[in-house]
Write a protein that binds this ligand. Structure first.
Ligand code: ADP
Length: 409
């Protein structure tokens, strides 16, 4: 029974004012319960909880910090009638999403004091995320003393990228002094769909050339060659690359100096490029949501229709470039909220991929919602696959793998 020792694994995704949790039973890779605490540190903190197969419940709670938030969530897990555990001691391990591991972590790791100090050191590169991720780890150390915590980094999978892909053409000194380079994000999702594609195509990862498109509020595309990332569209931060919900993606960097000289402060520009750009900035309806954009386009709003075309154009630019760098592709994968669900967004992309042998199956594209399925025609040389991602399950799997390897030491 391979999962016996670590059968119940809790996965934590801790943000600055929220804490998401998912409890897995690893023997069937099933979710037992999940939920989140929102508005931690405010007077109106809220706990959303859902036992598998049942309706969500919501209640206001006192949660002045992440430790209190987790304690309240865990109380639900053991409350008769709504809970799924007899005691919290059944939780044998916790896996944490950690956003930035810089060059220190190319694999998930057991979270020791040294690892925590290094995560803190990386906060410079992800000031909004890493401190919050650490809060989640510290909360678990309090609520689950003696239970191992594994850190799973968004950046780790992309550490396989070659130097000529991750270096920027700016003075070397900036890399040496500040670690300025491309790191890439969504690594856990890109890796999950890579493995799912290999299983579906019945071929080992080592043989496959894949282009994985994770498209949600944040979007990134990766070229993966034999299980190693060849390039990816996000960079030092999650700002470049694709047009996103509210982030600008690739722009001429001189726009920043131009706006600064027009009188905007660095913080104002930062805010505009991260929170007021992307679909939000261009679709004419001030919404970063693809569904709203599609609806507005259907009502004849030309700015929204153009936003979808811009989205498709940008994605095709990356996919075509990665196809060339990989020397072909065994599949192009679509995942994330938009990749899995938005047929107009997929159409805007795939209709631009004829030159690389990928032809949209119009009917299938309309039918598919969040299930693993091809959306290209059978005669397409390069198939397009929709593969639902599952970052929480990937974190649980990685947690199990790290702990099994630790046991062998
Ligand atoms: P995040 O990156 O925050 O995890 P998601 O992966 O949930 O976000 O993606 C959010 C995006 O996915 C939004 O633009 C939303 O419009 C789109 N989306 C989610 N569900 C659907 C759906 N059923 N149909 C069309 N678009 C969807």
């Amino acid at each position: 029974m391979p999962y016996k020792k670590y059968d119940k694994i809790l996965v934590i995704n801790s943000g600055s004012s929220s804490l998401k949790f998912t409890l897995f039973c690893m023997s069937g890779e099933t979710i037992m319960a999940k939920g989140l605490v929102e508005r931690i540190g405010t007077d109106n903190a809220n706990l959303v909880y859902q036992r598998s197969g049942e309706k969500k419940s919501e209640q206001g709670i006192a949660a002045e910090n992440h430790g209190k938030a987790l304690a309240m969530a865990c109380k639900m897990l053991i409350t008769p009638g709504v809970g799924v555990l007899k005691t919290l001691q059944e939780v044998k391990a916790v896996g944490h999403r950690v956003v930035h591991g810089a060059e220190f972590f190319s694999e998930p790791v057991l979270t020791t004091e040294d690892v925590k100090a290094t995560i803190k050191k990386c906060s410079d590169l992800a000031p909004l995320h890493n401190p919050a991720n650490l809060d989640g780890i510290v909360a678990c150390e309090t609520v689950f003393p003696h239970v191992p915590n594994v850190s799973v980094f968004d950046t780790a999978f992309h550490q396989t990228m070659p130097k000529h892909a991750y270096m920027y053409a700016i003075p070397q000194q900036f890399y040496d002094d500040y670690g300025i380079r491309k790191y890439g994000f969504h690594g856990t999702s890109h890796k999950f769909v890579m493995q799912a594609a290999a299983e579906y195509l019945k071929r080992p990862v080592a043989e496959l050339k894949l282009i994985t498109c994770h498209m949600g509020n944040g979007s990134s595309i990766a070229a993966i060659d034999g299980g190693k990332v060849l390039d990816t569209s996000m960079g030092l931060t999650p700002l470049p690359g694709m047009i996103m919900g509210t982030r600008c993606g690739d722009i001429d960097p001189a726009i920043i100096f131009y706006l600064a000289r027009k009188g905007m402060s660095i913080d104002e520009i930062d805010n505009v490029l991260n929170k007021k750009s992307g679909l939000f900035g261009i679709n004419g309806i001030n919404s970063g949501d693809m569904r709203d954009t599609v609806n507005a386009a259907a009502q004849g709003k030309s700015a929204a229709a153009n936003a979808i075309e811009m989205f498709g154009h940008r994605a095709a630019l990356y996919i075509g470039g990665y196809y060339t760098l990989l020397g072909g592709a065994d599949a192009i994968i679509f995942t994330g909220g938009i990749g899995e669900n938005s047929h107009p967004a997929r159409k805007a992309i795939i209709s631009r991929l004829a030159a690389i042998g990928c032809e949209l199956d119009e009917e299938k594209n309309l039918e598919i919602f969040g299930t693993l399925s091809p959306v290209s025609t059978p005669k397409s040389k390069t198939p397009a696959l929709v593969i639902p991602t599952n970052e929480e399950l990937m974190i649980a799997r990685e947690t199990f793998r790290v702990l099994s390897e630790e046991m062998k030491k």
